[in-house]
Structures are given as C-alpha cells and as structure tokens.
Design a protein around this ligand. Structure first.
Ligand SMILES: [Zn+2]
Ligand SMILES: [Zn+2]
Length: 274
C-alpha cells in the first residue's frame, strides 16, 4: 500500500481544505507522510496560486502544522512550480515541476481549464493542429529537464485532461509521440521522477491517471522513475485512486516507486515485492 502523497493543495492556493484538515485526512487515509505542494505565483494574475508575497506566512503555517502533527504524520513543505513562475525555489523540501500553460509565439493559454478552452486554444493558437500544440507543450517539459531544483515531473500529459476520448488530441500520432518521447528522454536523462497523478479522476475529468499507460510503458523502457500522487484539492481525495495507480504501475512493469523521506528520494517496492 502506498502511504505517501506529495501532491496536495489547500485553501492557500486552489484547494478547498485547510492544511490541518488535509493532514488529518492523510492520517485517516492511512498515510504516513503528506507533502503540501503549493502552486507558486505566476507572473500574471491567477486565482489558483499562492498570493504573491505570502510565502513567509504560508511557510510558517506549514511549519506549525508539521510540528503539531509530529509523530502522527510527517508533513513536508513542497512546491508545485510552474515553468512560467518567477518565484525562487529556495527553502522547499522538494519541487514538482508542472506546466499549466501552453505557449505559442507571442501568446499562451491555460491547458487546465475546460474542454471549451481546449477547443479555443487549439483553434486560435495552433490553427486546429493538435500535433503542433503537443509539440509546443512537450517542448516546455524538455526545458524543465534543465531545472536543477525540480525533483518530480507533474502531470506530464495534462493537455489530455479533457480528452480521454481523443476528440482534441491524437496521442498515437507520430508527431505527438515524438514530441512526448523527446521530452521524456530529456527528463529521464536529468533523473527526474515522473508522477502517476490521479487528480483528474477524483475531479471527474478522466477514468485513468496521467501519464497514459502507453507513456508509462515508454518510461519503464527508458529506465525512468515514478512516484504516485493524488494532486488532491480536497481532503476527501488525499489518497484517491492509489490502489489503481499502483496496479497500473505494476502492469507497466514497475517494481518500485520513489518517495521522499525528509532528506531525499528513496526507492520503495510495490506489489508486495522487496
Ligand atoms: Zn498542476
Ligand atoms: Zn497540483
């Protein structure tokens, strides 16, 4: 059983519960450790990130609950850092690197919003060429490989969030695959850990986690490392779908996941191995 989730949000960003409620929910769900991964501020107004200038106050709140819950659940001070965020990454226990905006020359769009916005940015930014959008998106993940402080690759194929039926994207197309695998190669070479993220399932957008099964198999073939996270925005989702994510990982050939132990990432066997 997986007993750690490093990807959670709270009322400090776009989550619905307090840090205390998330920690309590972690204990109830059988977790032994929980990481708060605050959305770092973007260089433009955004309603889903930590407010600019509130990091010291937020960090103090995490420290307070870390102490208060000591001995019951280990709490970590992590960040979900966006490639566009300009906030320095000093002082965090670990960092999830995520890309929520797709960039076209001179313009960009959120990829995390709705099916309607997906249709809109594909039309307006890429002339309806979803392979071009995939190339633009995954090239941003390639850039993330060079970010030394990033430990974990967040929701690698996020543009497919509203697209489980492949209405917008063609994940089997040669250009989509080449773009995704080029980024994956760069990230694996940089020793980044990919998360299997169940957050879109708990919120009703998908029935399977990111990354897709085919991308996970490619990751395994390349010797890539994984972790499992819930991307929980509510206390009820703090360990959502972990048994299914573990089964998927095993099915794709993985025998271990990587977890944070307070100092670094360590290998933990899954599927009763070890
Ligand atoms: Zn995210
Ligand atoms: Zn998140």
């Amino acid at each position: 059983m997986i007993r750690q989730n490093l990807h959670t949000h709270s009322v400090w960003d776009d989550g619905t519960n307090t840090l205390e409620e998330m920690a309590q929910a972690g204990i109830s769900a059988g977790l032994t450790s929980l990481g708060f991964s605050i959305h770092t501020p973007m260089p433009f107004p955004s309603c889903w990130t930590l407010e600019e200038g509130r990091l010291p106050e937020y960090s103090a709140a995490v420290r307070k609950w870390k102490d208060a819950f000591a001995g019951r659940i280990a709490l970590y001070h992590g960040a979900e850092w966006d490639l566009l965020s300009e906030m320095p990454l000093d002082g965090f226990d670990y960092v999830i690197g995520s890309i929520h905006h797709i960039q076209a020359p001179g313009r960009g769009s959120c990829v995390d919003n709705s099916p309607e916005m997906t249709a809109q940015y594909l039309r307006d930014l890429f002339g309806g060429d979803s392979d071009a959008a995939a190339e633009a998106y995954f090239s941003q993940y390639e850039a993330l490989a060079g970010m030394e402080k990033v430990d974990i690759v967040g929701h690698f194929d996020l543009p497919t969030k509203f697209d489980e039926t492949n209405h917008f994207y063609s994940p089997d197309s040669p250009r989509f695959c080449a773009a995704a695998l080029r980024a994956m190669d760069a990230l694996v070479s940089a020793d980044k850990i990919f998360e299997i993220n169940t957050g879109a399932i708990s919120r009703g957008y998908r029935t399977t986690p990111y990354p897709s099964r085919s991308l996970l198999k490619e990751l395994k073939r390349r010797g890539g490392r994984i972790t499992v996270s819930a991307d929980a925005h509510a206390a009820s989702d703090v360990a959502f779908g972990f048994a299914e994510a573990e089964a998927l990982a095993i099915d794709c050939g993985f025998a271990e996941i990587w977890q944070f132990d307070g100092r670094g990432f360590v290998s933990v066997p899954i599927g009763g191995g070890g």
